[in-house]
Design a protein around this ligand. Structure first.
Ligand code: HAM
Length: 422
């Protein structure tokens, strides 16, 4: 019978990979907690109109990539990103009425029906954070610097920090008009997708992956010519704050990002193309000062980011330690097995990593398993040892062996493996 396989672009994460994943996740979570972010978990499924309104009807994500379905007359979507759900929860629980500033982070699976490639999947994990209630560029700089620091801690080489300002809604409208004027005479040379974008959302042409579109976009007007004095002052203060922090960055006037909710500050961090190929953007974010009001809430400025965990794991040069086994308990016979279970529990209470062989197989096969786990000790209990009240403690690294009174075994192993009681 043929095997049932995982859905294309949706991957299993096997134990061999999980040590690195857990390390990346905890490095991020610790750094964010230290900066006052608290964890939030929102549902994976939300109502479809939430994403249409928040992310934007004419974005690639909403137009082409969402996993949407109707269930008992409800239009639902597997979340393609985390910001919309976080803002929905912020409003639904009237958090804005209780907190002047809210700092949340989240970690979980997102879904986009993109063409799978290295670093680009249909189910992928994001760790992200949102700051709601602060409109100044100070927290943008704080966030960018914090993220740059985390990528260093994750040992991701050659990180490039790119920033830009999209301005407020008026700036964006004026810029959009200028782009239409610029691209209109070149319309026939644009890809079919970009020709369509010219009428729906001209800003998206700058995001196009088509090389012909990119060449044409190279001479398009840049946003900076359209920034209002307030937008300019906001962006200048962001750059001065980053300079004061010594955070390296490059201003990229053509950075627009693919989601419609952004205003003013935009940023992305890239790792080397050699390791990640086309999916070299490990994280992206920016300001979305209009979204809370757009979703029916009060006027509340906000900024946030999300990082793709798969991309971080691929780009990180960290080799996590392999799994540790301090002791492998080898009982010979039924009576010994009861003692093995008790001894295993006691060892774990001493902070040790222990496996117990409960298969009832031969000494030879149990020792083979202890070897394959690279266990430091094999703790052998046979009838003679049971009668004597001892355990044979075989040190598989020093190649030595001694008898230790059963009551002292846990302390002995814990001392050698330098582990304290939990
Ligand atoms: P985004 O740029 O769409 O932003 O995604 C953020 C990160 O998620 C990307 O930089 C990338 O690392 C990862 N990512 C996106 N799509 C995929 C994919 N198909 N496969 C693997 N990784 C992927 C957002 O999602 C915004 N919600 C970020 C944000 C939060 N802005 C403000 N607050």
């Amino acid at each position: 019978m043929s095997l049932v396989r995982a859905v294309r672009g949706m991957n299993d994460l096997l134990p061999a990979e999980m040590a690195k994943w857990a390390w990346v996740e905890s490095t991020f979570a610790v750094a964010l907690s230290r900066a006052g972010f608290a964890e939030v978990r929102t549902p994976i499924v939300e109502s479809t109109p939430l994403f249409v309104r928040a992310v934007g009807e004419t974005t690639d994500v909403v137009e082409k990539e969402m996993y949407s379905f109707v269930h008992h007359d409800d239009a639902l979507t597997l979340r393609p990103e985390g910001t919309a759900g976080a803002v929905r929860a912020y409003l639904e629980h009237t958090v804005h009425a209780r907190e002047a500033i809210t700092r949340w982070y989240y970690n979980g699976p997102m879904f986009r029906g993109e063409r799978p490639a290295k670093g680009r999947y249909r189910q992928f994990y994001q760790i992200g954070a949102e700051i709601l209630g602060d409109q100044g560029p100070g927290c943008d700089a704080e966030l960018i610097d914090l993220l740059h620091g985390v990528l260093q801690a994750l040992r991701i080489p050659d990180v490039e920090v790119i920033v830009n300002s999209l301005g407020g809604p008026t700036t964006r409208d004026r810029y959009r008009e200028a782009l239409v004027q610029y691209f209109e005479p070149l319309k026939d040379k644009l890809s079919a997708d970009s020709q369509r974008r010219l009428t729906t959302n001209a800003l998206r042409i700058l995001d196009s992956k088509n090389t012909g579109d990119r060449d044409l976009a190279a001479n398009a007007p840049t946003l900076h010519e359209f920034l209002s004095p307030e937008d300019e002052a906001h962006f200048a203060l962001l750059r001065r704050s980053l300079d004061a922090l010594g955070t390296p960055y490059r201003v990229e006037p053509r950075l627009v990002r693919g989601l419609d909710y952004y205003t003013r500050t935009l940023f992305e961090m890239k790792a080397s193309r050699e390791t990640l190929g086309a999916g070299d953007t490990v994280l992206g974010g920016g300001r979305y000062d209009g979204l809370v009001a757009e979703l029916g809430g009060p006027q509340a400025a906000a900024v946030g980011f999300a990082a793709g965990l798969e991309r971080l794991v691929i780009a990180s040069r960290f080799d996590p330690p392999t799994r540790v086994t301090d002791a492998y308990v080898v009982p010979l016979g039924d009576a010994a097995r009861f003692l093995a279970l008790t001894l295993g529990r006691e060892l774990r209470a001493h902070g040790c990593f222990v496996e117990i062989d409960t298969r009832g197989t031969s000494l030879k096969s149990q020792l083979r398993r202890a070897d394959s786990l690279a266990s430091r000790f094999a703790l052998i209990i046979g009838d003679a040892e049971l009668a004597e009240g001892v355990v044979v403690v075989k040190d598989l690294v020093e190649h030595s062996q001694s008898k230790v009174a059963t009551a002292n075994v846990a302390a002995h192993v814990a001392k050698v493996c330098a582990r304290g009681a939990q």
